[in-house]
Ligand binder design. Structure first.
Ligand code: DGT
Ligand code: MG
Ligand code: MG
Ligand code: MG
Ligand code: MG
Length: 257
């Protein structure tokens, strides 16, 4: 009958498809992680284990979704870049976003115990996600540079803020103290007041985490008469490097190939 006619029911369905032949970036972000970090007593401003857990989940996402070519993560967020010609879920935005977000969230819960041996997961974490298309390599690189600049600015601010708070200032005093300060002044404050050389803080805190595949020669197969395909193997690497500079992309041309 009319009421259950599949075409009639389907006519209400709106599926937004991502623009063809463009890089798709799915950015996920922890929901209310300010609270989640407090409840789980994450170190401030950076918790090595919590960031490590995010990285493990991102590696699992990269392994699961073969069209992902690059991941960049900082704080409670991760960006996943899908190759330009990806046909994953016929490029339907809601399908891609929801599949990646739910996979990442499940991984976060599954791998929690591997990272936090003695810390109990007190409530289920959740993530939101969005999809954006970038039409050229240059604009995609600008997007990733924007995230890494954000990482740097936030990390520098947070390092100063929490150093001031740990030294006895109230949160609002620390906030006022830092208002309008430039990057150089923040580095000077860290060095003079707290003996911290910003440039020696862990790279993961300052640069965020980049995850991608590298092809390398398999040394055990080289001597044998293996075919050239067998001689190279693909490895997933997690690096904390400068992705703003062009030299990174020149050193890894296969990522955006
Ligand atoms: P949202 O994303 O609007 O649901 O709200 P939040 O609270 O997740 O805010 P967001 O994403 O802008 O900022 C990330 C929060 O996550 C930030 O307030 C502090 C927390 N967070 C992320 N990484 C760490 C960490 O390593 N240590 C600590 N203590 N907190 C962290
Ligand atoms: Mg958010
Ligand atoms: Mg968040
Ligand atoms: Mg965030
Ligand atoms: Mg189904």
């Amino acid at each position: 009958c009319f009421k259950t006619n599949p075409d009639y029911i389907r006519s209400f369905l709106f599926e937004s498809k991502l623009m063809p032949s463009t890089w798709i970036v799915i950015r996920i972000d922890g929901c209310h992680f300010h609270r989640f970090a407090d409840v789980h007593e994450f170190s401030k401003p950076n918790d090595k284990q919590a960031l490590g857990l995010m990285n493990l989940c991102a590696v699992a996402v990269l392994e699961e979704f073969h069209d992902i070519v690059f991941c960049y993560g900082v704080s409670d967020e991760y960006s996943f870049v899908l190759k330009k010609d990806s046909q994953l879920y016929q490029r339907r935005a809601s399908k891609i976003v929801s599949a990646i977000v739910s996979f990442f969230s499940s991984m976060y819960v599954m791998k929690w115990k591997d990272v936090f041996w003695k810390k109990e997961l007190k409530y289920p974490p959740s993530f939101d996600g969005r999809a954006v298309c970038y039409p050229s390599n240059e604009i995609l690189q600008d997007y990733l540079a924007w995230r890494q600049v954000d990482c740097h600015i936030n990390n520098q601010y947070n390092t100063c803020f929490w150093s001031l708070v740990k030294s006895g200032k109230s949160k609002s005093e620390a906030q006022n103290y830092l208002k309008g300060t430039q990057a150089r002044e923040k580095n000077e404050l860290l060095l003079k007041e707290f003996g911290i050389n910003y440039n020696t803080l862990p790279l993961m805190f300052r640069q965020g985490s980049s995850i991608f595949r590298v092809k390398r020669e398999n040394p055990t197969l080289l001597e044998n008469d293996a075919s050239s395909v067998e001689k190279t193997e693909t490895k997933i690497v997690t690096e904390h490097c400068n992705i703003i500079e062009q030299s990174f992309w020149e050193a890894h041309p296969s990522i955006l190939d």
